[in-house]
Each structure stands twice: as structure tokens, then as C-alpha cells.
Design a protein around this ligand. Structure first.
Ligand code: SAM
Length: 241
């Protein structure tokens, strides 16, 4: 890990245009999220997401920073960056990073407009984030843009179920999104990941572990194609944080 200082929760390195976006600030959800039985349920999957990391890593929607200690343990000589748009989550993430002594450059940003230049990262990680982002396609293109050719997108996401469970999720989502900070139960996120022209699927695994209505959960790795040049280039300068 590098030894750069942990960022403050209010740090703004780049100006992002939030004018047409809804506010992301969910204090109750952030408090409840801290109380989830994290280690038993999520531990093995967080290890999967962070195994053998090297180089420059970006975590999108890091929440309260549960992944931080796993990233620190998952590889040597890392440069770790994270974004989190919700100030209540971000404050917890900063605290978590300090307590765990993890060096992470944490910024206030959204997956739809990542404040980094093209080809900046070796690995991008997303854990339970694409159920909530406003613009899935834009966020996915941003992930592709900031990944180096051959770089990996590692994810753990819940998706719409088949059959009656899926119909139940369709009915429940309008209420669920109100209590779960905008989470959509019924997105076909993985189909969109695997179908994206910038990526090649390396590993996609449907997990047994899940809790209705947040089911099924899928984890995997995609590789950014070496030949594909992805659009949405907002920052042309070489990355020198
Ligand atoms: C269910 S939490 C998951 C937190 C963490 N990744 C984890 O695995 O515990 C979803 C997170 O995504 C964040 N989020 C919501 N919209 C986002 C967006 N457009 N871009 C990036 N993160 C977003 C939320 O603020 C929240 O912290």
C-alpha cells in the first residue's frame, strides 16, 4: 500500500456536474448498514473481490469502507482509490480507513462521472452498487474508460430473480427503493455487464448465498478488451495523483 494520507470526507479534487442528479444522502440507511452481519455473510466474497491485487485499484461506491481492510490484505504495493457519493457513508469510510490504517484516496464522486483519466486503473471493484446507480450504462462505460486495456472489473451484485420471485421483486421495488436508499431489486445488471462491448467475461458465478428479496447474487470478473477504445473521455491528462 502507498502511504498517502486518508482523504477527508469533503475532499473535491474535480468538479462534477451534480445539477441534474438526485441527491444521494441516506443517514438512516448508512446507520443500518453498519449493523448488518457483515463478516459471516460477505467475508468470502470480499476476499474473492480483493484476491491477488496489484497496481492501481479503484473501488466505486465504497459505502462505509467494509472492503478497505480486505484490499489492504489482498495485495502488496497497491495504490488504492475509492469513490462514495453519500456523505453519511463517506464519513464512516474515513473513520474505517483510519481505524484500519488503510491508505485510500477517497473522493466524493459518482460512478456515472468518474474523476479520473482514461486507462488509469488495473482493477475496478464494485460491490452491491449497480443496483443503486442512476445510469447503469453510463457508469459501466465509465468503468471501462478508466480501466487499462486488459484490466479487470470485479463485481458482486444482486440481480432480478426468475419466475415468481422476479415478479415479486417487480412489485416490491417501488417500496424497497424508498427504504433501501434507491436500491432496485429487479435489474438485470449482469446481462448488461456481460453484453457490454468493452468487456470479455472471465468468470461469472451465481451464488447460493442470498436473502430474499435481495436474490440472486452474482459475482465475477470481466476483462477490459485490449482493442476496444471506449468513449466518454472526460479527462485527457496522464494520471498523476
Ligand atoms: C449497498 S451499498 C454498498 C456499499 C459497499 N460497496 C459494500 O459492499 O458494502 C451501495 C453504495 O453505493 C453508493 N452509490 C449510490 N449511488 C451511487 C453512484 N451513482 N455512484 C457510486 N456509488 C453510488 C451508495 O451511496 C452506497 O454507499
Amino acid at each position: 500500500m502507498n502511504d498517502s494520507p486518508v482523504a477527508s470526507p469533503d475532499r473535491h479534487e474535480y468538479e462534477c456536474d451534480h445539477e441534474h442528479e438526485h441527491e444521494i444522502a441516506h443517514p438512516v440507511f448508512a446507520t443500518l448498514y453498519d449493523l448488518l452481519p457483515e463478516s459471516t455473510l460477505m467475508g468470502p466474497h470480499r476476499e474473492y473481490l480483493t484476491a491477488g491485487l496489484s497496481g492501481r485499484i479503484l473501488e466505486i461506491g465504497c459505502g462505509n469502507g467494509e472492503l478497505f481492510s480486505f484490499v489492504a490484505a489482498g495485495g502488496d504495493d497497491l495504490e488504492y482509490h475509492a469513490i462514495e457519493p453519500d456523505p453519511h457513508m463517506r464519513r464512516r469510510a474515513v473513520r474505517n480507513a483510519r481505524e484500519e490504517a488503510v491508505a485510500v484516496d477517497l473522493r466524493d464522486a459518482r460512478a456515472e462521472s468518474l474523476p479520473y483519466p482514461d486507462d488509469a486503473f488495473d482493477v475496478v471493484i464494485s460491490s452491491l452498487v449497480f443496483c443503486t446507480v442512476q445510469e447503469v450504462e453510463t457508469a459501466l462505460s465509465e468503468v471501462a474508460r478508466v480501466l487499462k486495456p486488459g484490466g479487470e472489473f470485479r463485481f458482486l451484485e444482486h440481480v432480478r430473480a426468475d419466475g415468481w420471485r422476479g415478479a415479486g421483486q417487480d412489485a416490491l421495488t417501488p417500496l424497497w427503493e424508498r427504504v433501501a436508499a434507491g436500491c432496485q431489486l429487479n435489474r438485470n445488471t449482469i446481462d448488461r455487464f456481460v453484453g457490454h462491448e468493452a468487456f470479455e467475461a472471465v468468470d461469472v458465478e451465481r451464488l447460493e448465498f442470498s436473502l430474499f428479496p435481495v436474490t440472486p447474487i452474482v459475482r465475477g470478473r470481466l476483462q477490459r478488451r485490449r482493442t476496444e477504445r471506449v468513449g466518454l473521455s472526460a479527462f485527457g491528462a496522464p494520471f498523476d495523483p
